[in-house]
Write a protein that binds this ligand. Structure first.
Ligand SMILES: [Zn+2]
Length: 129
């Protein structure tokens, strides 16, 4: 799948909703393509007290539900259309799901794709050193 199609899959998943007091969801969406070519999507959930999950984590949960762990490429898109680089927790999350995800292509603003290993140098666990 080309980068634009993956971006489109994420953007079309955006569904911003107000939840209970101060809570919201779906203003960021993620799409990932697995090594088998399957596409999984997810949305963020933000609640008070910093409780919530990133869109990447929701998409990864959907992927694992379907018995896959190896991610070929991944992108997160804000409702304003901008690509959001994954937060530090999500970078680590992707890495720990499957060793092969060191080579996951993470789409960054301007559709620049970089392997996850470049976003996580100096591994604490020597996972891919
Ligand atoms: Zn995150």
């Amino acid at each position: 799948m080309d980068k634009q199609a993956l971006y489109d899959a994420a953007y079309s998943t955006i569904n911003h909703k107000k939840l209970r007091k101060f809570g919201e969801s779906g203003h960021v969406a993620c799409a990932l393509e697995t090594a088998t070519g399957a596409i999984y999507t997810g949305i963020c959930i933000d609640l008070p007290c910093s409780i919530g999950i990133c869109a990447e984590q929701a998409a990864i949960a959907e992927m694992i539900k379907h018995n896959e762990t190896q991610i070929r490429q991944i992108v997160a898109v804000h409702e304003d259309g901008n690509i959001l680089p994954p937060c530090g927790r999500c970078r680590e999350f992707i890495a720990q799901i499957d060793d092969r995800n060191a080579d996951t292509i993470v789409l960054l603003p301007s559709m620049r794709g970089v392997p996850l290993r470049q976003l996580l140098p100096e591994r604490w666990d020597a996972l891919w050193d």
